[in-house]
Design a protein around this ligand. Structure first.
Ligand SMILES: Cc1cc2nc3c(=O)[nH]c(=O)nc-3n(C[C@H](O)[C@H](O)[C@H](O)COP(=O)(O)OP(=O)(O)OC[C@H]3O[C@@H](n4cnc5c(N)ncnc54)[C@H](O)[C@@H]3O)c2cc1C
Length: 458
């Protein structure tokens, strides 16, 4: 955290009437939080040998590179990633609500890749898991002994009829799942709250990263308008493809209550199909189960401001390599077929996969990736040593749902959708939104990402 950011944080907490002493306890607590779930998988150094190729250097890939480099005596690690920049994506929501500036959320990729790792600045276009090689767009084929598959997920903009990546922002249709999209949303959100009208917010029917993001931007629009005295002029509606607003029971009641208090109706079982940006209309399908039958009812809604979420899947080159699930709920998106505890591929035991691309029945968040990294790294080292992978992931994921400018409902849970509260203040009711969680979200998690997780520590 820079001195400027620290100054802003102290100013904020003093406005809240909180002593500096208490603030530093919060900081210490956040430090503890950063370590939650990672301590079990500490590995000693290993003499294991083999060429490791990491595909994708985002949250999971860079953190894996840092861990493996530290834990292997003679690391031979190649990282393939085309990007000049490393983005802290959870910050996109805060760009879209004016809390962060765009330049707050990225660093040069060259500064994030640990020294000693060979960086091939290229895109992987194919994987041959039988011959243990990947094909890149411009650097030909690269062989591996062990593969770490962490290219994140693919946002399928074109699967929303009438929309494409290039059209993002046209007809006031916005999406914060993209760096540019988040910036456009912030401008549009201010104009909308000033002018008034109807705002529609949607999620999507596929698995998607940070399921909380569409809810956050909806509640932040509401709060922004209230703070500027313009809420009366807005009608806000939330449409979800799910059967309930949230699927972790510990947090759902309060979240629904907040939507009610803020006068944002929730429409369930509705899928976004398309957007008519010229007419400013959203096309939906309501899907209702009646016995074994699904009744599909199309309908159209007018909007003045739209925040939509496109369908997401594993990247095409991953699907085409036959590495995804072939049956079950994770097959449709082509999510990588890993064992949900060891994170080792079920068919190719020299491949581990984690982060958004992995077929895991939990939320796709960097918080989840942070806990997966030491487990996947240690299990990969075991495989390199010819041993059984023993470390087990419990499905931990966290989604800090920003409920207003100053509060966050910090949803943490495991595979069983049971709460896994790592915040060490027993006096706080974490089933409700808390201001300390806002401090964590705005001031702590970003430096933790760049200086903890990506360095292979947190
Ligand atoms: C708006 C938004 C809000 C979010 N909020 C939160 C939050 O509050 N909390 C939270 O924990 N998480 C949040 N997330 C989710 C979090 O950012 C992701 O879960 C996390 O980044 C996943 O890490 P990853 O390494 O799997 O993928 P990414 O971090 O997306 O990294 C993928 C990497 O793979 C590279 N790549 C892609 N294709 C190729 C290819 N063909 N060849 C080689 N490399 C390739 C990319 O360049 C990139 O560097 C949010 C995300 C968004 C967009």
């Amino acid at each position: 955290m820079s001195a400027h950011e620290l100054g802003k944080l102290i100013e904020h907490i003093e406005q809240k009437g909180v002593s500096r002493r208490h603030f530093f306890r919060v900081m210490a607590a956040a430090g503890l939080l950063s370590m939650a779930g990672t301590e079990k998988a500490k590995a000693s150094s290993s003499k294991a040998k083999g060429k490791v190729v990491i595909v994708g250097g985002g949250a999971a890939g860079i953190a894996m590179a840092a861990r493996l480099k530290r834990w292997l005596d003679e690391p031979d690690i190649t990282l393939i990633d085309p990007s000049d920049r490393q983005y802290y994506q959870p910050g996109f929501t805060l760009i879209a609500s004016g809390v962060y500036q765009p330049d707050d959320v990225w660093k040069k990729q060259a500064d994030c890749i640990p020294s000693g790792i060979k960086w091939v600045k290229d895109s992987v276009v194919a994987i041959d898991p039988v011959w243990n090689q990947v094909t890149t767009a411009t650097n030909g084929k690269i062989a591996y002994d062990f593969l770490v598959l962490t290219p994140g997920l693919q946002i399928n903009w074109n699967q929303v009829e009438g929309m494409s990546y290039e059209q993002l922002g046209t007809g006031n249709a916005h999406c914060i799942y993209d760096f540019q999209g988040a910036q456009k949303t912030w401008k549009a959100m201010r104009e909308f709250t000033e002018k008034g009208g109807r705002g529609i917010y949607t999620d999507t029917y596929t698995k998607h990263k940070c399921g909380g993001a569409p809810k956050k931007i909806c509640l932040l629009t509401d709060d922004y308008a209230r703070k500027h005295g313009t809420r009366e002029g807005l009608q806000l509606d939330y449409f979800t493809a799910e059967r309930d607003l949230y699927d972790v029971k510990f947090f759902t009641p309060r979240l629904k209550e907040i939507y009610k208090e803020r006068n944002v109706p929730i429409n369930l079982n509705t899928r976004l199909k398309g957007i008519d940006t010229a007419a400013k209309q959203v096309h939906f399908e309501r899907r209702e189960k009646r016995g074994d039958e699904t009744i599909v009812t199309p309908f159209v809604e007018d909007y003045d401001f739209l925040h939509f979420t496109p369908p997401m899947s594993a990247p095409d080159f991953v699907k085409e390599a036959g590495l995804g699930f072939s049956e079950g709920s994770l097959a449709e998106g082509g999510w990588v077929m890993v064992d949900k505890e060891t994170l080792v591929h079920k068919k190719y035991p020299n491949i581990v996969s984690l982060g958004d691309v992995a077929g895991l029945p939990t939320s796709k968040t960097s918080a989840a990736a942070r806990v997966q990294v030491p487990i996947a790294a240690k299990n990969l080292i075991s495989l390199m040593e010819g041993k059984e992978p023993k470390e087990k992931y419990n499905g931990y994921a966290a989604c800090p749902i920003v409920t207003d400018y100053g509060h966050v409902l910090l949803c943490e849970f495991d595979y069983k959708k049971e709460p896994m509260i790592s915040f060490p203040f027993s006096l706080l009711d974490m089933s409700k939104e808390q201001w300390v969680a806002w401090l964590l979200k705005v001031y702590i998690l970003k430096p933790l990402y760049f200086y903890g997780m990506l360095k292979g520590y947190a």
